[in-house]
Write a protein that binds this ligand. Structure first.
Ligand code: PMP
Length: 309
């Protein structure tokens, strides 16, 4: 099965490099100071071959993340990087995979000034199953509200996927998993619900879908897609402040992200949500999302980039 093939090539600074040779020096500044911006993208198997989900939007967010961090120039355009993503999928012979572009800083000076270095770029791909567990879409997951707070947007820019920002996600995720939960919900500095460590969050109450606005969270591309699909299906979607106890009394709760896809949350802080199973709205959205990525939905045409032309 080619979708399970090992990753053999990584694209580095414009060229395909053998996996073992795609290395970076110990004194690299991105490694020391968290000066990188990255993306997570999925490529899906369809009847027309491998297709990358919302490639253009992911490349735009990558370039925007670099801008937010402060890179003034990049060695490649968003379009060139999009083509490189396709090249990585083709070179490795994947039908389905996860794609990880990373723009990272490198400086001989090793000071804390972004302008003393340059931006380098790599793109890897690997086979990756459901991030929150193989049966997470059916059975749902258990979460807690983290003791760690999500970044204030004036401390770490929450609209950028900066590598250093993810120390915050790692603190929360590790704590939650050590406590026996699958994932953490993080509150913003004001105490309202923000997002999970690698997913955006939604609740459903009396037929209305609610999600935190993007003022302090990542502008998730899966989040955006689900809002469009929900409105297509006739569900009202409201972006608003959500409190912790809103989660406790929700009829349904689900999270979404490129790696996790669409996952029902069945328990939060030891409170069962709804009847403890994936609810009807969650299931309808998960089904629509599944159809889109398989190339079997009216939205597929605008959202899929076929790797082989
Ligand atoms: N929030 C955070 C903190 C994330 O890391 C991710 C994963 N990129 C998301 C939300 C979901 O974003 P997307 O749907 O674009 O993957």
């Amino acid at each position: 099965e080619s979708s399970m093939a090992e990753s053999r090539y990584i694209w580095l600074d414009g060229q395909l490099v053998e996996y073992e040779k795609a290395t970076v020096h110990f004194l690299n500044t991105a490694l020391h100071y968290g000066l990188g911006v990255f993306e997570g993208i999925r490529c899906y198997s369809t009847s027309r071959g491998p297709a990358i989900f919302r490639l253009k939007e992911h490349m735009e967010r990558l370039v925007n993340s670099a801008k937010i961090l402060g890179f003034r120039s990049l060695p490649f355009t968003a379009d060139q990087l999009g083509e490189a993503c396709k090249e990585v999928v083709r070179a490795n012979g994947f039908q389905a995979c996860y794609i990880r572009p990373l723009i990272f800083h490198e400086s001989e000076k090793r000071d804390l000034n972004l302008d003393s270095g340059v931006a380098r770029v790599g793109i890897a791909a690997w086979a990756w199953g459901a991030y929150l567990g193989e049966d997470s879409e059916e059975k749902g997951v258990r979460m807690n509200v983290s003791s760690y707070t999500r970044h204030h947007p004036n401390v770490m820019m929450t609209k950028a996927k900066v590598t250093g920002n993810y120390a915050n996600s790692v603190l929360a995720k590790t704590e939650s998993v050590r406590l026996g939960f699958d994932e953490a919900v993080m509150l913003d500095p004001q105490g309202y619900v923000a997002e999970c460590t690698g997913e955006n969050l939604f609740i459903v109450r009396k037929g209305v879908i609610y999600t935190p606005g993007t003022w302090a969270v990542l502008e998730g591309i899966t989040r955006d897609s689900l809002i469009v699909l929900a409105r297509d299906l006739g569900y009202p979607v409201v972006e608003t402040q959500i409190s912790r106890d809103h989660l406790y009394i929700a009829d349904e709760m689900f999270v979404c992200g490129t790696a996790a896809e669409v996952v029902p949350v069945t328990e939060i802080d030891f409170r069962i949500i709804g009847d403890g199973k994936a609810g009807p709205v969650t299931r309808a959205l998960a089904r629509a999302f599944r159809e889109v990525v398989r190339g079997e939905h009216p939205r597929s045409a605008e959202w899929l980039s076929y790797v082989n032309g």
